[in-house]
Design a protein around this ligand. Sequence first.
Ligand SMILES: [Zn+2]
Length: 399
Amino acid sequence: MKTDKLYYEYFSANPYNAEITEIRRTGEQEAALVLDRSIFYPEGGGQSADRGSIQGAALLDVREEGEEILHIVSAKDARRLKPGPVECLLDLRRRRDYTVCHTAQHLLSGTILRIAGKATVSMRLGEEICTIDVDSPVLSEETLLAVEDAVMDAIEENHSVIIHLCPPEDISRFPLRKAPPEGEDAIRVVEIEGNDFSPCCGTHCASTGQIGMLRILGAEKYKGMTRVSFIAGRRCLKESRLLRKNALTVSRAFKAPLHETGEAALIQLEKNARLEKRLGKLEEIVAENEAVLLAAGADGSDTAIIAKSYDDKSMEELLRIGNAARQKNRSLYVLASKTDLKFAVFTRDAGKDLNALFGKKLESLDGRGGGGNGFFHGFFKDVSNLAAFMDSLGERKTE
Ligand SMILES: [Zn+2]
């Protein structure tokens, strides 16, 4: 049964009364309500379907099929509904958000065509960010700034948005920005007064002032074209709040004025890089000194085992120490990190079968790991097992 489409006219009538004419099972988990008239916009023309509720049943989707609008609800909700009068409640904030973004997209595409002479090929209105693909391999930052300014001018000048329903044979009287759809009885032309004419079936603001604001977020190359991302309306407010909150955090952390946070962050990064370089050099010296101390306690024979655990060193630091120590003599160095619960064996002798030396002991203490000729490493779940392992290798308790 044909549904009267009221979603263009009843932008703010909420709630709205309608009648369920049919309840249709469309899947295991969902059903479609067919109404005599609908304020819910079905997905189409790059715009997402509305959300809201019908007699308390949450709308999961809205689809247009032939002359009907199908309102998708859960099968559970559908079971308590029956044909007859119902109250429809539209999620107005979401509708307004998409309507604003959609109208902003017309204005943006029309302005890019006017200023840069480049056409929009496709568009997407996302939950967070909207994009258009412009038929141009490049759009300069200068051009995009000029476009953004011109769009803001049009918003402040508050041009009317006029809807024309035009028979296809008369469509040439409109300077359309893109080709009209074929096979329609009447083509819906959306005019932004003095700016843009575009065939479109979506929902639009009554005038450009309702857009409030548009921000171009960026432009990137995409399949030989340029994908321009943007936000409009309340999304600009949301982003502005978020950016200011972040900028204030950086400003306080760096004790820099709000408008100098970027520079302050770069200066801090440079400072960190210098410090890291210096720290790396110092760590090398510390590792070398520790390696000398360890080697001094070794007799340098093939069989001497020097075992040592560290409370405050990571395996990364122990790797540095072990690699320096094994250069000193032929002893075996078993170094453990109590913070990482890991250990590694270091030797100059690349042919020595370390698995034969440490494998069984590791297994008996519930450790994991392994090795082969010239290398062996492992870890324990428990610090006491790591200590027992190191003890068994004759670790000296005091230094
Ligand atoms: Zn549109």
